[in-house]
Design a protein around this ligand. Sequence first.
Ligand code: UDP
Length: 323
Amino acid sequence: MKVFVAGGAGYIGSICVEELLNAGHEVTVFDNLSEGHRVAVDERAQFIDGCLSERQTTLDAVSSCGAEAVMHFAAFAQVGESMADPSKYFRNNVANGINLLDAAVEADVKKFVFSSTAATYGMPDAVPITELEPQKPINPYGESKLMFETILNWYHELHRLEFVAFRYFNAAGCSERLGEERRVETHLIPNVLRVALGQKEECRIFGTDYPTPDGTCIRDYIHIIDLAQAHMLALAPGKCGFYNLGNGEGYSVLEVIETCRQVTGQPIPAVQEPRRPGDPARLIACSQKAIDDLGWKPRYATLEQIVDSAWRWHSAHPNGYTG
Ligand code: UDP
């Protein structure tokens, strides 16, 4: 298919683009490079330097490339920043996203695939979390994604736009060539690996008094390539709706750090710090719906495989793309 990928220069978008191209799709990447990296865009893709805030540019870009499907990764995704600057999140993640939706309707695309998040669930009452769990976001980031989910539902009902929205749990790991480099890195695994690389003295454990067996938060880590595979399955005609994407296994912060020590062979000192505001104790996905409806089969489901792929990329690119 001809696939238009907004945000295809970022961490998740760039690796999805690589997988789409490997599967024989034709890809146009649209990205303003505010967070993404030009060198992360696969050479086989067409690249447009554009911003979703520019409505006409967005409409023209989607129609001129003859897109049959649109994938939307172009959003801000830092919880803490969203608490400090909610306007930035609602403007970009909601208002600018509507320009892309309108472009998809105008160009008569067959499928819209959206990156949503487990942050739409807020502090869940129960784990594993199914898609039926009430959505009660606790920060503007999660709220902005939930608002876009609601808008997608209306576009489906009123414009017959077929969509798949994936609620990602903790995307992690790298491909052989492409990895994870953000201007501000808040995520656990890349921060722990920086210590292994000798770029930081110690990693930080945010909170050791959670109601979990070792007192640290539990998350469900999913390999970026498994995530990308789900996006391709979403392209099949008739697939429509909301899907969790995770492995159904939870790992604590201490378990992640220990796995990083084993994979890297480095001691990785860690210090205990207070809780980070807004962190739920435990987020674990039930992804049975994606498995049953889409035929999704995660291939790199263990934490060792995920950390190993991340370590291979980070040790080969100690200064990221900019180095
Ligand atoms: N975390 C931590 N130290 C760090 C970064 C994250 O202890 O340097 C914790 C964080 O509080 C959370 C878990 O690791 O409990 C996963 O955080 P991350 O930012 O990777 O993803 P999130 O679950 O917030 O999307």
